[in-house]
Design a protein around this ligand. Structure first.
Ligand SMILES: C[S@@+](CC[C@H](N)C(=O)[O-])C[C@H]1O[C@@H](n2cnc3c(N)ncnc32)[C@H](O)[C@@H]1O
Length: 215
């Protein structure tokens, strides 16, 4: 690709191309989920990754040496891009479903900064002997009690002053009420425990918001 790339954070670039706006990560590794790769740039597909969708509209200054705890890693689509960013850091990637976990293991074998954990994120005490205090917690578990899971892990692992990002899926929390009502109650609960820096809708994911908070 010959288009001009604008760097937004370490190893993350926004490109205006004939196909529209694209987000890419600079990567030493091969594609992981069918995304395209041009030279060392890997396409980060926003409809497949809520973090990519968020970063197209809002910057979070993820540092390359951050220690991260990722809850709801699935097969590693977003983990693979986060691993490109934190190339001098580490990602503890928690997933409780064995099927996607197999592919997550393949990713971790290829890269040295991913530690896959086949664990239930609602039971942080079961991995507190492995995970160290972290700079960043990312959560994407689409569960009714996702806020409780998020806060519990923050309590266990987030360093004071650390960043946390939750992807809230309204329909998973309560499909019987208006998503806006769900967001309001989630924001209230999180605001009682953490400082909310920013929140907003995810353009590529219906009925989802991100909430960026700091401890
Ligand atoms: C929406 S998918 C995650 C997609 C992934 N974050 C990505 O962007 O590549 C949600 C994942 O969370 C996992 N999950 C849900 N509840 C969990 C829990 N309590 N502990 C660990 N994983 C959980 C599911 O098995 C599923 O793989």
């Amino acid at each position: 690709m010959n288009e001009i790339k604008k760097k937004i954070i370490h190893n993350v670039f926004i490109v205006e191309s004939k196909e529209g706006t694209k987000i890419l990560t600079k990567s030493l590794y091969p594609p992981h989920y069918g995304e395209r790769k041009w030279n060392e740039y890997r396409e980060w597909i926003p409809s497949r990754s809520k973090l990519a969708s968020m970063l197209l509209d809002y910057t979070l200054d993820i540092q390359r040496n951050w220690k991260c705890l990722y809850l709801g890693a699935a097969s590693g689509t977003t983990v693979s891009h986060l691993a490109d960013i934190v190339d001098k850091g580490i990602i503890y990637a928690v997933e409780y479903s064995a099927k996607p976990f197999k592919k997550l293991i393949e990713l971790a074998e290829e890269r040295k900064n991913i530690i896959p954990l086949l664990k239930d994120a609602s039971k942080p005490e079961e991995y507190s002997g492995i995970v160290e205090p972290v700079d960043f917690i990312y959560q994407d578990v689409s569960q009714k009690n996702q806020v409780e899971i998020f806060l519990k892990n923050i309590d266990f692992f987030l360093k004071k002053g650390g960043d946390a990002l939750i992807m809230v899926k309204a329909r998973s929390i309560d499909s019987t009420i208006d998503p806006e009502e769900v967001y309001e109650s989630v924001l209230r609960e999180i605001g009682e425990n953490l400082k909310i820096v920013k929140f907003g809708k995810l353009k590529h994911h219906k009925d989802h918001i991100f909430i960026h908070c700091v401890l």
